[in-house]
Design a protein around this ligand. Structure first.
Ligand code: SAH
Length: 442
């Protein structure tokens, strides 16, 4: 778990720092020179990313102090299990009982959950997922930023609006200095502590990415995730050397036949191997797939969740497929929001204590209330888009993306106020120099 709250280094065991947050102790991998016991640091995703002065740390902690416990209290109340409805189906109760004790649950039972539609039953499924999330992760909610560097793409993914099929799309490629400015704004002004750099396949060479990442890392304290498609083992090694520590790469679907239909000429195996290589090198893994692809079954979706878990995902990113008119799947349909919510809950049941679960923008595009509902159904992570407006409009992986016209500051304020309402502490978002501040949480 990571709080964008300063913590005090309590102990150092080799590269591992034990950090105290108001009495809770967490471990993080340290890459900072001459770190000492007693130093104050920010840690993200299991990495110490910044040392800060005692004065700065204490004044930030003063602001957080009461809020921290108030939020935990609120989350605890919202995540209590309630079984007051006695007329519920016995089989459902048996499955949820096993789930809440983390006992082994059969594929058939998970499928049973995915197929339920009765509102009372669904409510109980969501509540159980929320309870498990609370039990294992506490009230932390990761808030990462994402910069969409370029919509240039060399691939033919049948569903994607920036694929080669969208011939009329105006293509852009942010220059190194634009990326550095955007990163500076995200980190310094808005306080993000973790940034995802995303682009279409082959928009940048590995050498270009190396320079960009190295410069960001030299200038700022931030955890960098790359999401630029497949770059092979040498590419991954090079970008790790530049300072990237996470990879966001969805395998899209675990069904290899469906994968080849969706990506003619490409293989699931290659993508999965890329994720395995990245994990072995020490990258944090963010992965998942598209839900609701034409021809995909509920069994496929369960297999997707199992695959994401087996890849040691630090975070699951499962989002609904949203048709884009300029692609071969332009006339297909999105899954329902209810189905997505069930997928989130079942994902939380299958991986109870390792992976954070992201509410994707695509989910919020098909359902305006998805963020809040999803966070109450097992999810504990959101990503805010910090791409400059003129480029964001051209990054049309699917149409009508949520938050397209919302300035970053407003997105942050809305997120903070939502998290406050449901008792979550925003993590990976620190205190920037902008006018929003954690005081708003009180
Ligand atoms: N080149 C990078 C980033 C791809 S775009 C890569 O290969 O990983 C990021 C994600 O957008 C994709 O992984 C895909 O799952 C999602 N996406 C693309 N088209 C979509 C659509 N029509 N609906 C919903 N999500 C889509």
């Amino acid at each position: 778990m990571c709080y964008a709250i300063p913590g005090r280094v309590e102990n150092l065991e080799g590269k591992i720092a034990i950090i105290d947050y108001f009495g809770e102790q967490k471990k993080a991998y340290n890459e900072i020179d001459k770190l000492k016991i007693g130093d104050y640091v920010y840690a993200q995703g299991g990495y110490v990313i910044e040392r800060l002065s005692k004065e700065k740390a204490l004044s930030t902690l003063q602001v957080w102090k009461e809020t921290f416990f108030e939020l935990q209290e609120k989350d605890l109340l919202l995540s209590k299990m309630q079984f007051e409805n006695k007329n519920l189906d016995k089989r459902l109760l048996r499955i949820l009982d096993k789930v809440s004790q983390n006992l082994s649950v059969s594929q058939e039972d998970y499928l049973d959950l995915l197929k339920r539609n009765n509102p009372n039953e669904l409510n109980l499924i969501y509540k159980t997922a929320n309870f498990i999330r609370h039990k294992n992760f506490g009230n932390a909610c990761c808030v990462h930023g994402i910069i969409e560097l370029s919509n240039q793409c060399a691939r033919n993914c049948q569903y994607c609006g920036i694929s080669v099929y969208n011939e009329n799309l105006v293509r852009y490629k942010m220059l190194e200095e634009e990326i550095l400015e955007t990163a500076e704004m995200a980190i310094k002004t808005y306080g993000f502590k973790a940034l995802v750099l995303q682009s279409g396949q082959d928009a940048y060479s590995v050498d270009e990415l190396f320079k960009i990442i190295k410069k960001i890392k030299e200038k700022f304290a931030v955890l960098i995730f790359i999401s630029v498609g497949e770059i092979g083992k040498p590419g991954l090694e090079k970008l790790y050397e530049a300072g990237a520590r996470g990879v966001l790469l969805r395998f899209e679907t675990s069904n290899s036949i469906l994968f080849e239909k969706m990506h003619p000429g490409y293989k699931l195996e290659t993508r999965v191997q890329e994720l395995k290589n990245a994990y072995k090198m020490g990258y944090l893994i963010l992965t998942g797939g598209l839900i609701g692809l034409p021809g995909q079954t509920e069994e496929d979706i369960l297999n997707d969740i199992f695959l994401a878990k087996s890849l040691n995902a630090e975070m699951f990113s499962f989002g609904p497929f949203v048709p884009h008119p300029k692609t071969p799947l332009g006339k297909a349909i999105s899954p329902t929001s209810q189905f997505m919510m069930k997928v989130l809950a079942v994902a939380r049941f299958i991986d109870q204590d390792m992976a954070k679960i992201l509410i994707t923008t695509a989910f919020e595009t098909i359902d305006k209330t998805a963020r809040e509902e999803g966070l109450l159904s097992g999810a504990n992570s959101v990503m805010l888009n910090v791409t400059p407006k003129e480029y964001k409009e051209q990054y049309t992986i699917y149409p009508n993306r949520a938050y397209l016209n919302k300035p970053v500051l407003e997105q942050i304020q809305e997120t903070i106020s939502l998290l406050q309402n449901i008792g979550r502490s925003p993590t990976d978002l620190g205190l920037g120099e902008s006018s929003y501040d954690i005081e708003a949480l009180k």
